[in-house]
Design a protein around this ligand. Structure first.
Ligand SMILES: O=c1[nH]c(=O)c2ncn([C@@H]3O[C@H](COP(=O)(O)OP(=O)(O)OP(=O)(O)O)[C@@H](O)[C@H]3O)c2[nH]1
Ligand SMILES: [Mg+2]
Length: 197
């Protein structure tokens, strides 16, 4: 079975990529699956593109094969784009999803429904030795809920209500989320590259 390394240590992402790539008959290996203890990559970029490229290029250089990386996050208009590229660490370097969610909800107290617009952004970078890094951005528009709902997904899913939905992303099934997510909207742009793997 063909394999691809995804330069992530995020279990939620790894699960979603495994499902996406299984449709192509490709096995996904995240950094959590590799025996080699890969040090955390410092995300010094100020954009999702910079961080995705940084992660893909560092891991591709280490293994000398093509590597995919995902930098993603939640962009909230009323918070001037926060948490953005700091989504994983919004409430601290522990990367605690519940603390991150609570911090967004606290910062959104008093913001009326019509001003709770937000979007998930996912940038996928494909880096390969000696080749120019490919970058693709996928977006999912929605609003920030008043309170968390649902057990599925990860991160901010419990407080993100996709446009044209009443349920939160975390109340959707994984299959429903994979139809509309920012990650899916980024992956579909890589279809030609994946077919050539
Ligand atoms: O509710 C969510 N549903 C999603 O579908 C989603 N995608 C990303 N995120 C949030 O954005 C951070 C990414 O930060 P990030 O790209 O730096 O990843 P990470 O640090 O968690 O792992 P890595 O891939 O860098 O190893 C994550 O931690 C999450 O908080 C999501 N939240
Ligand atoms: Mg990260």
């Amino acid at each position: 079975m063909k394999k691809i390394i995804i330069a992530t240590k995020n279990k939620g992402k790894a699960k979603e990529f495994t499902e996406f790539f299984s449709a192509y008959g490709i096995q996904v290996l995240s950094l959590l699956d590799l025996s080699k203890n890969i040090p955390d990559i410092e995300e010094t970029g100020t954009t999702f593109e910079e961080n995705a490229a940084l992660k893909a290029e560092q891991i591709s250089a280490l293994f000398e094969i093509p590597v995919l990386a995902d930098d993603s996050g939640l962009v909230v208009d009323a918070l001037e784009g926060e948490p953005g590229v700091y989504s994983a660490r919004y409430a601290g370097k522990e990367k605690n999803d519940k603390a991150n969610v609570d911090k967004v909800l606290t910062n959104m107290i008093g913001i009326p429904v019509e001003k709770r617009t937000a979007r998930f952004v996912c940038v996928l970078a494909v880096a390969a030795p000696g080749e120019k890094t490919i970058l693709n951005r996928g977006v999912c528009e929605g609003t920030i809920a008043i309170e968390p709902k649902g057990e599925n997904g990860f991160g901010y899913d419990p407080i993100f209500i996709p446009h044209n939905y009443v349920k939160s992303m975390a109340e959707l099934t994984p299959a429903e989320k994979s139809e509309i997510s920012h990650r899916k909207n980024a992956i579909v742009q890589l279809d030609a590259w994946i077919q050539k793997l």
